[in-house]
Design a protein around this ligand. Structure first.
Ligand code: GDP
Length: 369
């Protein structure tokens, strides 16, 4: 499944958030066919009310939500990009995730020491951004040196290396001004040519503004949140507000009391849902469903994936042997009430290899083994 790495300076609320995520994951574990959780990895279900509707219509034995893995990457501090040992280890952990969630402290509390002496989310963001920028600059410099000495002969490889060189030089220029690689516009060919480098500042990042519980109903009333809203769009980053404290308190409450507690704070759901939705939006993710008597299940794909590619998310054999997919839109399925009724009404389509899977498609794959 998708991996999101949680980073941030010390004392901003990372562990509080991560532990709540893990507790939440444990509470849902009964629904999961996969419930092994490593110490620094928490698996959570992607909340989706459509899942249970489908499961009920099809009388499925179980409903399996899509999931996201949260990885706690504590320890990214100033100087990490220079450090040979630990620092590098943190950076290599970041290289392995699909997106970065940077927890940024926006709550005031004199009892909790801030590493820089005061709550200053802009500076927190700069510190971590710079570490990632330094690491990328270092890598790009080495790669450009190598490209200079390259002796490739065939024109195809030359073209590719030319695209890579040009992209890297532009990225390098931006990085020197502190601007992440993801802010540089690149052609698809250029993107492909630099993919092997796994640049850290190319990764989608969401700032998770950790606010006091009194601010969650109206995050805009917090001046720190207002301050980093512009910064987020400048740096091509997402922004979500959450209260790690509230998330943590929620895990202590029995399920039936959680809604009451949230209501008393002026919100209708936990911040985790927002965080997951923001990740979906930022990464351009979509959900499709498979549904039958055995189970109804949500699958995560990237926007623009074809039917065989989407089938490949379930199993690579499904992609290789793909013949066609019986497809019905979620709303059509629900309106018809059953697959048979949808078929009768002509709402069930037979789609081939070129079909681009749409958000909420309910799919049945036909394939050769
Ligand atoms: P980490 O070092 O980033 O992992 O930070 P922790 O999660 O350990 O939090 C540091 C301290 O801040 C702990 O004492 C938390 O209880 C406290 N803390 C975390 N989130 C909040 C919050 O939203 N409000 C307040 N007042 N304290 C918080």
């Amino acid at each position: 499944s998708l991996r999101a790495g949680i980073v941030g300076l010390p004392n901003v609320g990372k562990s509080t958030l991560f532990n709540s995520v893990v507790e939440n994951g444990k509470a849902q574990a009964a629904n999961f066919p996969f419930c092994t959780i490593e110490p620094n990895v928490g698996i959570v279900a992607v909340p989706d009310p459509r899942l249970n509707v489908l499961a009920e219509l099809n009388k499925s034995h179980r409903a399996v939500p899509a999931s996201i893995e949260f990885v706690d990457i504590a320890g990214l501090v100033k100087g990490a990009s220079q450090g040979e040992g630990l620092g590098n280890k943190f950076l290599s952990h970041i290289r392995e995730v699909d997106s970065i969630l940077q927890v940024v402290r926006c709550f005031e509390d004199n009892d909790i020491v801030h590493v820089n002496g005061k709550v200053d989310p802009r500076s927190d963001i700069d510190v971590i951004n710079l570490e990632l920028v330094f690491s990328d600059l270092d890598q790009i410099e080495k790669r450009l040196e190598k490209l200079k000495k390259s002796k490739v002969k065939d024109s195809q490889s030359k073209l590719k290396e030319e695209a890579e060189r040009s992209a890297l030089e532009r990225i390098q220029k931006n990085l020197m001004d502190g601007r992440p690689a993801r802010t540089v516009s690149l052609t698809d060919f250029e993107k492909e040519s630099i993919q092997h480098l796994c640049l850290l500042t190319m990764k989608p990042i969401i700032y998770v503004a950790n606010v006091a519980e009194s601010d969650i109903a109206e995050p805009g009333s917090n001046p720190h949140v207002r301050e980093i809203t512009d910064l987020a769009s400048e740096l091509n980053s997402g922004l979500v507000t959450i209260s790690a404290q509230v998330e943590s308190e929620l895990t202590e409450l029995p399920l039936e009391e959680r809604i009451e507690y949230l209501k008393s704070l002026g919100v209708s759901e936990s911040g985790l849902g927002n965080l997951i939705r923001a990740t979906y939006t930022l990464l351009g993710l979509r959900t499709y469903f498979t549904s039958g008597e055995k189970e109804t299940r949500a699958w995560t794909i990237h926007a623009g994936m074809t039917a065989p590619q989407a089938a490949g998310v379930i199993h690579s054999d499904f992609e290789k042997g793909f013949i066609r997919a019986e497809t019905v839109a979620y709303e059509d399925f629900v309106a018809a009430g059953s697959l048979a009724a949808a078929r009768e009404k002509g709402l069930l389509r037979s789609e081939g290899k070129e079909y681009i899977v749409q958000e909420g498609d309910v799919m049945l794959f036909r394939f050769n083994v």
